[in-house]
Design a protein around this ligand. Structure first.
Ligand SMILES: Cc1cc2nc3c(=O)[nH]c(=O)nc-3n(C[C@H](O)[C@H](O)[C@H](O)COP(=O)(O)OP(=O)(O)OC[C@H]3O[C@@H](n4cnc5c(N)ncnc54)[C@H](O)[C@@H]3O)c2cc1C
Length: 393
């Protein structure tokens, strides 16, 4: 039986990050992914590497600070994958958040980002509104400009896996995790690769299966604690006709939620929705009502898009956010990642529930710290904050 220090289930951004962090610390590590790298949520996000301006409203300052720090690291280590973009927030007479509130928020955002050049913000002068992709200027009071970063989430995830494999990380793909048996030394993992069933042993199993994480945890024997979570569906649509000046951060006319209108491969991507989801994660797909909701947003702010209907949509995708179970609406809920272990001392299983694309590297560092006592003494070969990530496409 093959023996590893760490076995990771799930080839999304979190699994990729943990594989990379484990091998960078000198451990033997295997990643098991059932379909392809980033085939789950990590190819269906809004593709932003951002501090999360709106999380300031729910007081998640530590999360915003960490995310802004990670944004700066991405801009340094992944310049071909992560690009700083201008963001525009149009404020109309009836917009909920007023210019002074936005500027106050952006000041705090800049402060949490250490006031570096990327955190500068201001107001777009009226004479330059014509440069904003035909944005509706009727009753427009102001346009606030700041910066955040955009990526290709799937390419970023592949780049992290590639970096991990160059350091000796192993990949089983397509391969499906079936079950795990805990013992005094760690965990025996059974998985299926093609027609073959394989068994291997590790000190620690990291469950990075995203929305499938509860199912993976349920296949661990004896049973381990599983945190209560909700799955929230988020849909994006892509329509032809490109916005090019930057990313627009607008309020939905239906309910005031913030929605992004973004340039995407010569077209425009609009997202996202927040719809509670109760089915199996594999079944998630964009709903007609979500597509209408997103079309209404782009039609409201960009007159050139007013003729668009669901027939105009050239691409659509839906992903699932993993959030701590709660009764309140998804929008204002904590985005903190939950790390759940089978036991406090020397864990043999660690599950990652939730999290953000932006925070994958910090999350992986945290995981390695938590499982460190279960692993052999690290023989660090690299620091992940310095490993350059390259686009392979
Ligand atoms: C709509 C939406 C928009 C978002 N926008 C942003 C954003 O702009 N910026 C940001 O920072 N964050 C964003 N996020 C959050 C971010 O996308 C997620 O936190 C992140 O992608 C989750 O990655 P993950 O690795 O945990 O899960 P996933 O990417 O879902 O990966 C889990 C993997 O596990 C595999 N798997 C499952 N079961 C098994 C098994 N039995 N055996 C083997 N493999 C298995 C799956 O195939 C999958 O590849 C967004 C999320 C959503 C839903």
């Amino acid at each position: 039986m093959k023996v590893f220090d760490v076995i990771v289930v799930g080839g999304g951004i979190h699994g990729a990050g943990v594989l990379q962090a484990a091998v960078a610390a000198g451990h033997r590590a295997l990643l098991i992914e059932k379909h392809g790298i980033a085939s789950g949520t990590s190819s269906r996000s809004s593709k932003l590497i951002h501090g999360g301006l709106r999380y300031l409203e729910s007081g998640q300052f530590a999360l915003v600070r960490e995310s802004l720090r990670e944004r700066a690291i991405h801009l340094r280590i992944a310049p071909s994958l992560v690009e700083l973009k201008p963001f525009y927030i149009p404020v109309y007479k009836n917009t909920r958040r007023r210019p002074w509130q936005l500027k106050l928020g952006l000041f705090v955002y800049a402060m949490l980002g250490g006031f570096d050049a990327s955190t500068r913000f201001g107001t777009v002068p009226r004479v330059r509104w014509v440069e904003l992709d035909g944005l509706d200027t009727e009753n427009l009071d102001a346009v606030i400009r700041y910066q955040d970063a955009q990526t290709d989430d799937a390419s970023l995830t592949r780049a992290v896996v590639q970096s991990a494999c160059m350091l000796g990380g192993e990949l089983a793909m397509p391969a499906r995790f079936l079950e795990a048996q805990l013992d005094d030394e760690g965990v025996t993992v059974l998985y299926e690769e093609g027609a073959a069933r394989r068994e291997c042993h590790a000190r620690v199993l990291v469950n990075a299966a995203g929305p499938w994480a509860p199912a993976v945890s349920r296949a661990v024997h004896p049973a381990i604690p599983i945190p209560a979570i909700d799955l929230i569906q988020g849909t994006h649509i892509v329509v032809p006709l490109a916005v090019t000046a930057g990313i627009y951060y607008v309020e939905s006319p239906a309910d005031g939620r913030a929605v992004f209108v973004m340039p995407w491969h010569g077209a425009t991507m609009i997202g996202t929705t927040e719809t509670p989801y109760r089915g199996e994660p594999d079944g998630v797909h964009p709903l007609p009502a979500e597509e209408e909701y997103l079309l209404e947003v782009v039609r409201r702010y960009f007159p050139a898009f007013r003729h668009m209907t669901r027939d105009s949509i050239v691409d659509r995708f839906a992903g699932l956010r993993v959030l701590p179970a709660a009764s309140e609406a998804a929008f204002g809920r904590s985005r903190e990642t939950i790390y759940s272990t089978d036991r406090n001392v020397k864990p043999r299983v660690l599950g990652i529930f939730g999290g953000k694309l932006t925070g994958w590297r910090a999350a992986a560092d945290h995981v390695l710290e938590r499982i460190g006592p279960s692993l052999p003494q690290p023989r660090r070969v690299a620091a992940t904050k310095d490993l350059i990530l390259r686009s392979s496409t």
